[in-house]
Ligand binder design. Sequence first.
Ligand SMILES: N[C@@H](CCC(=O)N[C@@H](CS)C(=O)NCC(=O)O)C(=O)O
Length: 219
Amino acid sequence: MTSLTLVIGNKNYSSWSLRPWLAMKQFDLPFTEIRIPLYSPEATDQIRQLCPQGNGKVPILIHESRIVWDSLAIFEYLTEMFPERSWWSGTYTARAVARSICAEMHSGFLALRHHLPMNCRAHLPGRNFGSEVQNDIDRITTIWRDCRQAYGGRDPFLFGRFTIADAMFAPVVLRFRTYGIALDTTCQAYSDAIVALPALQEWLQSATAETETIPTFEQ
Ligand SMILES: N[C@@H](CCC(=O)N[C@@H](CS)C(=O)NCC(=O)O)C(=O)O
């Protein structure tokens, strides 16, 4: 057994933290969790102490003497270190698409991230947002429909069973839920499957129990 530590932010707000946390839970990889409430006076120092060479952000993975920051790098590292887990699924073609949509999620959807921040415990339907956010929503729901149709099969996730791609999109599922974004049947069923995951429920319970609020994400 190896010793893994995952450093995360507030569960209510930290969308990037949720991604590796959910995948590690789903793939049954035990880890110690260090939660740092973000934007608190001590947060930056605490993060820098744990990962001096990083960018001062979470998530951070610590494994033996190695430190990995940035969610995509963490996934790269986990797949290399624990290849016996089925992090990806399907054919080379399916995995090429899965990697592409993960990269797209990682580098894109800035309008959605900015205007609809993750806030798990809130319910804020009816928010006004512009065409850039709507374009992001349309692109994401197209990705979900295409993947479900081409690779979903009988299982409920983007590539059949749960993979890294679902972990990458889980925060979007929660954003759509918070802001009451209307979804078609396929996308709603996919969202419901993500929310029903026991690990996601565990995350939501902890998020609801948190007492810190970050005003920028509450406006
Ligand atoms: N691209 C990075 C993004 C990391 C990121 O922006 N993390 C946020 C929390 S979700 C953070 O640490 N914010 C604290 C800060 O900027 O001071 C990743 O994938 O890990």
